[in-house]
Ligand binder design. Structure first.
Ligand code: FAD
Ligand code: NAG
Ligand code: NAG
Length: 620
């Protein structure tokens, strides 16, 4: 936090102090105005009733509110528990400073055997955005679509309309691809959409080494958001002119002058109002210390995210009746799937590959005034995607070698937990002080990199429960990481691929080697054996922040499904869920772009279902 404060001060004070440099003053000025201009306004006076209430203005909710308000005859209220983005959240290189602040919900998993053992209280931190734009304000901005087989799999399970062929147009609709060499592939990329996508303006020499290392191992350097996924790439990011492009910036700013869209910030939803016919007719929320109820004419749409949406369903009395009775919530509708099927991409962020050259993101070298000056000129390390410089989709021995369906993703970081000397990454991951001191501190601030392995299709599934009937209590989260040993086996293979990368010529040029101090708790196991890697992963387990699946979309004969293929809650009326929680199976990649796609498609589903009706206003 201190660094953040410093940077804010640097941004504001330096140009005034450095009077000699009038041109940089002008640049700062225009930067700050560029940031403030066009911000969404917090509506003070709300109507007693709207056509639609969207709960949660995150990746999905911002898209939905924007698209629904395109229909002039419809009024939409967007309720968001958080406030507006800040100048700091706009800076890609500072993303890690946003966690554990008041724009983060700061969830934690419950302690469970065999996971998160090197972390305080054996709990993994699960950050989620509590701000307009939601987790797209906290995220690392990687723009990734997943594998076409993911969506074809959803469709095969009876979710009509969700095959890759059917969802691809929605990815393209949002996209404003700014790299000409990518944009020219019109079958897969779009231009002119609300969401700006481009490669970061800055990268270290390690980025190139990563792609070259992949080629040495026999993989192709390709656009993994294109025709095939298997391969190595320089990541595409949701950034615009060197700054973060959250969904609030992308989708809500262009809609801010619409009279039919009201945005209520710092409005914490408590529950959905449900009548005896099981119709959702409004939302109860708290704003400015006052409890308010607002009614809805057409639909309530939950876009509160993979934790928030199932939590709100349960608080409203929709879920497993036994659980609801335990916490003293009257049952409105029995739907046992709510909060189940919790999936996440477990990852191993603790490994450190040391190098001899001063080329990585060692924080003391890039958090300084010249970097800030470069940043407002849209260049330099603060425009980088917070250290993520490469992405790869690879196949372990458990994947079908003949199919383009990799089971492992490697996220390449031009740094590691030691790069900031323990200032924030350690706390973000909730690492125990003793582990930090013994293992990481001796190499703090050294140059390093890491290839984070990620199980793309985890077989272990978790669940969440209410702690109590209090809407401010965080739910109990059971991640169940590595409960199915298959996930561990895939991860171990991923660790070995990382090791193989370090031995390539491309990485040997930098003197790369895996830091060989035995990890605390794993000292008895020989280094780099399967048993050692397993022990390491069970200790330093981390989320890749891709929680999904807790309000599963499924066919009408699937008892675990919460919503139908048009995202309507089964057995109810006037209630949909639109966010990461509807994914039946988490996609084989990062989740932001897929969630945006889900919201784009949902907006069309909603328009189709209401615009057919004859009782609509004339101007529609
Ligand atoms: C640290 C981090 C890094 C990530 N990195 C990447 C990445 O690089 N690439 C990528 O593709 N994905 C990444 N992700 C994941 C991706 O950002 C999420 O999957 C996506 O944003 C989820 O969208 P959502 O709409 O489901 O939920 P969210 O975006 O989380 O939105 C939910 C919204 O609902 C609001 N809300 C919740 N409860 C209530 C309530 N009771 N009342 C009112 N409002 C409420 C929240 O405040 C929030 O604004 C990352 C996520 C995090 C946290
Ligand atoms: C319905 O979904 C279940 C669970 O995904 C699946 O096993 C079943 O085959 C599906 N049925 C149809 C008709 O698609
Ligand atoms: C890197 O440094 C280590 C430790 O000082 C040394 O053993 C190694 O030879 C160096 N490698 C290269 C390629 O410079």
């Amino acid at each position: 936090m201190q660094t953040t404060v410093f940077l804010i001060i640097a941004v504001w004070i330096q140009p005034i102090v450095c009077t000699s440099s009038t041109s940089s003053f002008a640049i700062f000025n225009s930067y700050i105005h560029g940031h403030l201009d066009g911000r969404v306004e917090n509506t003070n006076n709300l109507l007693p009733e709207y056509d639609f209430i969207v709960v949660g203005g995150g990746s999905a909710g911002a898209v939905l509110a924007s698209r629904l308000s395109e229909i002039a005859g419809w009024t939409t209220l967007l309720l968001e528990a958080g406030g507006l983005e800040t100048i700091v959240s706009d800076i890609p290189g500072l993303a890690k400073f946003l966690q554990l602040t008041d724009i983060d919900w700061q969830y934690q998993t419950e302690p469970q055997p065999g996971q998160c053992l090197a972390l305080k209280d054996e709990r993994c931190n699960w950050p989620r955005g509590k701000v307009l734009g939601g987790s797209s304000v906290l995220n690392y901005m990687l723009y990734v679509r997943g594998n076409e087989r993911d969506y074809d799999g959803w469709a095969k399970a009876g979710n009509y309309g969700w095959s890759f062929k059917e969802v691809l147009p929605y990815f393209i609709k949002s996209e404003d691809q700014r790299n000409p060499y990518l944009a020219k592939n019109k079958k897969y990329h779009g231009t002119g959409g609300y969401l700006t996508v481009q490669e970061a303006p800055f990268k270290t020499p390690l980025a190139t080494a990563f792609v070259q290392a992949g080629v040495e191992l026999g993989y192709e350097n390709r656009d993994c958001n294109g025709e095939r996924q298997t391969g190595f790439m320089i990541p595409q990011g949701t950034i615009r002119d060197g700054s973060r492009c959250s969904t609030a910036k992308a989708f809500l700013r262009p809609a801010r002058n619409r009279k039919n869209l009201h945005v209520a910030l710092r409005a914490h939803a408590h529950r959905v109002l449900i009548d005896d016919q099981k119709r959702a007719y409004g939302v109860v929320f708290e704003r400015d210390g006052k409890i308010q109820r607002i009614r809805v004419r057409k639909e309530v749409i939950l876009s509160a995210g993979a934790i928030g949406s199932p939590q709100l369903m349960l608080l409203s009395g929709v879920g497993d009746p036994t659980h609801l009775q335990q916490v003293g919530i009257p049952v409105k509708h029995s739907l046992p799937g709510v909060g189940q099927n919790l999936q996440d991409h477990v990852s191993g962020r603790g490994m450190v590959y040391l190098i001899n050259e001063t080329v990585s993101y060692v924080e003391v070298r890039f958090l300084n005034f010249p970097s800030v000056l470069n940043y407002v000129r849209q260049s330099g390390p603060l425009t980088a995607l917070s250290g993520t410089e490469g992405l790869a989709w690879v196949k372990t021995k458990y994947a079908d070698p003949n199919d383009d369906y990799p089971d492992m993703q490697l996220q390449f970081i031009g740094g590691s937990p030691i790069s900031d000397g323990g200032v924030s990454l350690k706390n973000n991951d909730n690492v125990k002080d003793s582990v930090w001191k013994e293992y990481y501190e001796p190499i703090a601030y050294r140059d390093s990199w890491q290839p984070i392995p990620i199980v793309l299709r985890p077989r272990s599934k978790g669940y969440l429960l209410l702690r109590s009937s209090d809407p401010y209590d965080k739910p109990l989260i059971y991640a169940n990481y590595f409960k199915d040993q298959h996930d561990m086996k895939v991860m171990i293979e991923g660790m070995k691929i990382g090791l193989a990368l370090s031995k390539t010529e491309a990485f040997q040029r930098f003197g790369s080697r895996l830091y060989d101090k035995p990890f605390p708790g794993c000292e008895t196991l020989p280094l780099w054996t399967d048993e050692y890697f397993e022990c390491f992963l069970r200790h330093y387990s981390t989320t890749l922040y891709h929680q999904a699946g807790t309000c599963k979309m499924g066919n009408s004969s699937d008892p675990t499904a919460v919503v139908d293929p048009e995202l309507r809650v089964y057995g109810m009326q006037g209630l949909r869920v639109v966010d990461a929680s509807i994914m039946p199976d988490v996609v084989s990649g990062n989740t932001n772009a897929p969630v945006i796609m889900i919201a784009e498609k949902a907006a069309d589903l909603i328009k189709e279902s209401w615009l057919k009706r004859s009782d609509l206003p004339k101007d529609v």
